[in-house]
Design a protein around this ligand. Structure first.
Ligand code: FRU
Length: 476
C-alpha cells in the first residue's frame, strides 16, 4: 500500500500545483482547500505545542470523492503551516474515502480515529447494503506522519439494528475513561449515537446508544461530546428533520442537547438547539486546548447543495472552515465567541457614532463591532449584499444580492445590544450579544460592493480592517 499512498500524495501535490492562482473570494482569515473540495473539520487537537486542524479534503475536483484528511497546524491560530495530507485512501478498508473522525493525545502519541468508507460494486442502495464503514485507528509521534492504520471496529461489532451508515468516531477521555461516539442510522429510520468504551486504544466495548424520545431525523452525523459546568452535552448533525417555523431551515441540521448523565450511563437527551442560525454551518467539532478552553471549528458549508450556491466551483476550489470559536456555558446555554488570538489580525481601529442613517466605508476584509443603544429595531446592510435587521425580538439575515440562492434566516433575540460582524472576502460570521447566537453564511460580493449602511438605530460602531493570516504551503 506504500506505492498507492505515494501515488495518491503525488497526484495531490500536482493538483495543488496546478490549482488556479485566482485570488477573488479566496479568504483572508479562514482556511480553504489548496485545491478542490473541503468539508468537515477533523482531528482537532493541541499536540506538542501546536494546534492541529485536519479536514475532509478531495483535491481532485470540486465535489466530495475519494476524501483525504487535509492538514494544517499553528502555534497561535494566526500563522499556519500547511502540511501534506495526513491520511489518504490507500488501504482496502478505506479505499473509497478517509471519512471524518477525531484525535486524542495519549502521552507522546497522537491517535487519530476515522471512518474507512468502502463501497462494493453491484445493485446496492449503499444504506442497507453495499457499504462498509470501518472504524480505523492511526498513530503519529510527530503530528505530521501517521502510520500503522488498523481497523478497530466493523459492522460485526455494531448493534444489529443499525444500517451500514455508522461513522465519524469522536474519541475523548471522560474522567479517565476512553469514550468513543459513532453517528448511526438505524434500520427503523431514526438517528442515534453509539457509545463505546476503550479498554486500550484498540479494544472497544459497546456501552449503549443515545437517541431522542421524539424522532430527530434518520441519521446523526459527526457526534461530539463534552461536559461544561457539570453538564454533559451531545453535539450532532441530524439529517432528515422537518423545518419548524424559523427553526431547522437548512437542508441538514447541526446542534447540541444536554444529557441527563455521562455517555456511559445510557443518558436521555434534552432539548436540541442549533449551533448556528446562518446558511452555511455543519459538522462542527470541539476540543480542549492547553489553556483549558473548549474550542469549536465548523464547516462553513452544507452537504448536497446545488453547486451554483458556491461560484468558486469554476475556480477549482470550494468551501471553508469557520473561525475557531470559544465555547462557554451560561445557565445551561452554550455561548460562542471569537478567540482573542484573532485580534492580532486587526489594523488601526476607527470608531464612529451611529445616528439615523450612516454609511461607513470599509475595506474588503473587516471586523465591525456595533454597540446598539436604541430600541427594538434597526438594520445594517453589509457590502450592499446582506441585510441584518431586527424588530420585535427577532433578528433576520437576508441576502439582497450576492447570496447565490440564499434568502433569509431568522432567530429570536429578545434584546439586541451588540453585533460583531466578521466579513471576509466570501463569508460572514455574525456573533450576537454575548455569543448567544451566530449567523454564518457564505456570500460572493464584487469589489465595488462595499461599506456598511446602518439605519434606524443609535450607538457606536468600531471598525478594524483585518490583515490576511498566513498559511505557508511549503510542501506544494
Ligand atoms: C458530514 C459527512 C460525514 C462523513 C464525511 C464524508 O459532512 O457526511 O458524516 O464522514 O462528511 O466526507
Amino acid at each position: 500500500m506504500q506505492t498507492r499512498k505515494r501515488d495518491l500524495l503525488t497526484a495531490c501535490r500536482l493538483a495543488e500545483k496546478a490549482a488556479s492562482r485566482e485570488t477573488k473570494w479566496r479568504p483572508a482569515f479562514h482556511l480553504s482547500p489548496p485545491a478542490g473540495w473541503m468539508n468537515d473539520p477533523n482531528g482537532l487537537c493541541w499536540f506538542q505545542g501546536r494546534y492541529h486542524i485536519f479536514y475532509q479534503y478531495a483535491p481532485f475536483g470540486t465535489q466530495p470523492g475519494l476524501n483525504f484528511w487535509g492538514h494544517v497546524s499553528t502555534a497561535d491560530l494566526v500563522e499556519y503551516a500547511c502540511h501534506p495530507p495526513a491520511l489518504c485512501c490507500d488501504e482496502s478498508f478505506d479505499c473509497h474515502g478517509v471519512y471524518s473522525g477525531s484525535a486524542v493525545v495519549m502521552g507522546d502519541i497522537l491517535h487519530l480515529y476515522y471512518t474507512g468508507n468502502v463501497k462494493h460494486a453491484g445493485a446496492h442502495d449503499y444504506v442497507h447494503t453495499g457499504r462498509d464503514h470501518h472504524t480505523v485507528h492511526a498513530e503519529s509521534t510527530d503530528g505530521v506522519h501517521f502510520e500503522n492504520k488498523r481497523v478497530v471496529l466493523s459492522h460485526a461489532d455494531y448493534p444489529a439494528d443499525v444500517t451500514r451508515h455508522v461513522r465519524d468516531p469522536k474519541v475523548f477521555y471522560d474522567d479517565g475513561t476512553l469514550v468513543m461516539l459513532l453517528g448511526a442510522r438505524r434500520q427503523d429510520g431514526r438517528g442515534e449515537v453509539l457509545v463505546y468504551t476503550g479498554e486500550t486504544p484498540d479494544i472497544w466495548k459497546f456501552s449503549g446508544a443515545v437517541t431522542s424520545e421524539e424522532k430527530l431525523g434518520y441519521m446523526w452525523e459527526c457526534p461530539d461530546g463534552f461536559s461544561m459546568g457539570g453538564q454533559y452535552f451531545l453535539s450532532f448533525c441530524p439529517q432528515g428533520m422537518e423545518a419548524d417555523g424559523i427553526l431547522y431551515q437548512n437542508l441538514y441540521q447541526s446542534g447540541y442537547a444536554p444529557l441527563s448523565g455521562r455517555f456511559t450511563e445510557n443518558p436521555h437527551i434534552g432539548e436540541f438547539t442549533e449551533w448556528d442560525r446562518g446558511f452555511d454551518f455543519y459538522a462542527p467539532q470541539t476540543f480542549l486546548d492547553a489553556k483549558g478552553r473548549r474550542i469549536l471549528v465548523g464547516w462553513a458549508g452544507m452537504p448536497d447543495l446545488d453547486p451554483s450556491c458556491n461560484p468558486t466551483h469554476s475556480m477549482g476550489w470550494v468551501h471553508l472552515l469557520t473561525m475557531p470559536r470559544c465555547i462557554t456555558c451560561e445557565e445551561g446555554r452554550l455561548l460562542q465567541n471569537p478567540l482573542p488570538e484573532l485580534e492580532a489580525l486587526r489594523l488601526a481601529p476607527r470608531t464612529e457614532d451611529i445616528q439615523g442613517r450612516s454609511w461607513i466605508r470599509t475595506p474588503e476584509v473587516f471586523e465591525a463591532w456595533l454597540e446598539i443603544t436604541s430600541g427594538p429595531s434597526g438594520e445594517v446592510l453589509i457590502r450592499d449584499s446582506c441585510r441584518l435587521s431586527w424588530q420585535n425580538g427577532f433578528l433576520t439575515m437576508e441576502f439582497v444580492k450576492n447570496g447565490y440562492g440564499r434568502g433569509s434566516r431568522t432567530a429570536e433575540i429578545p434584546v439586541l445590544k451588540r453585533l460583531r460582524i466578521f466579513s471576509d472576502t466570501s463569508i460572514l460570521e455574525v456573533f450576537v450579544n454575548n455569543g448567544e447566537a451566530v449567523f454564518t453564511s457564505r456570500f460572493y460580493p464584487d469589489a465595488e460592493d462595499e461599506g456598511l449602511e446602518i439605519s434606524g438605530c443609535t450607538g457606536t460602531v468600531t471598525l478594524w480592517g483585518l490583515r490576511k493570516f498566513s498559511c505557508g504551503r511549503e510542501h506544494i
